[in-house]
Design a protein around this ligand. Sequence first.
Ligand code: C2E
Ligand code: MG
Ligand code: MG
Ligand code: MG
Length: 278
Amino acid sequence: GQIEPSAASLPVPRSSDASVALDKIRLEGHLREALDKGELEVRLQPILDIAHHRIAGFEALTRWTHPERGPISPAEFIALAEETSLIVPVGDYVLDQVCSALQQLAPGDAADPLFVALNVSGRQLADPALLDRFLAVIRAHGLQPAQLKIEITESLVLDYVQVSRIIERCHAAGIKVALDDFGTGYSNLGHLHKLEFDTLKLDQGFVRQMHEPRCLAIVHAVVVMAHSLGCNIVAEGVETQAQLDSLRELGCTYAQGYLIGKPLALVDAVALATSAAA
Ligand code: C2E
Ligand code: MG
Ligand code: MG
Ligand code: MG
């Protein structure tokens, strides 16, 4: 007789795919609205200069609270924005917020002004007009280009010809460039020697395991390598005093993480920057 397929091998109903797609379209509409209404919030996470024990700058991290779904993680909505090219207006909005924040945090005529680092994604980098737009916004706010750092995540460095062109153009304009999430998956030392990043950001996975001697050895080697390349280095995800103490001993330049501070609302970032300066 005929063998009936078991329930387990029956194909999943297509409606679930369709509802995922619908969900995405709905979310995209909400994101577009959130952007128009100014519902995206740019938070600033402090970055500590370890040796001098002072706040050197901040990383801009974007937050979105959906009216019904509540907070949506950047991992989700940035990916969505990437897919739909909403990332371009989102990125421009983030830059505008960052420049307004910088005006309050550190006027461009200060002696040793704070920097703000902002994440840029693949599609933004592919936009040839991005840098000119960035420079226009920086100038309109009366800031120095050196106060702005762009963070490029390591997985994007796959296209290293494009990245090296962007680094060159940034440097010509005076903007600093950081390699984000260093050590996760795509590390290619062959590319690294051709790409003149100002900063390496060591991924938080390494910092979390620094109590293990082999991991500590890797962190040590990365710090030495960064310094030899003329880069400064930010340890991400620093959560304990023991981690900070080890990083200081290793000569790591900067630390970022919950021990130093969470991503803060602008008023709190300004309060922290001014209290640390006093
Ligand atoms: P990222 O650039 O590597 O940012 C660091 C992430 O680590 C942030 O997650 C931050 O909140 C989190 N973090 C900081 N300190 C600690 C700590 O001590 N412990 C732990 N467990 N986590 C810590 P977040 O804010 O969820 O952002 C995730 C990613 O989304 C970012 O990774 C960045 O790639 C992307 N992203 C965020 N905002 C933007 C944006 O405005 N534009 C673009 N293109 N990407 C963004
Ligand atoms: Mg980053
Ligand atoms: Mg990172
Ligand atoms: Mg990351």
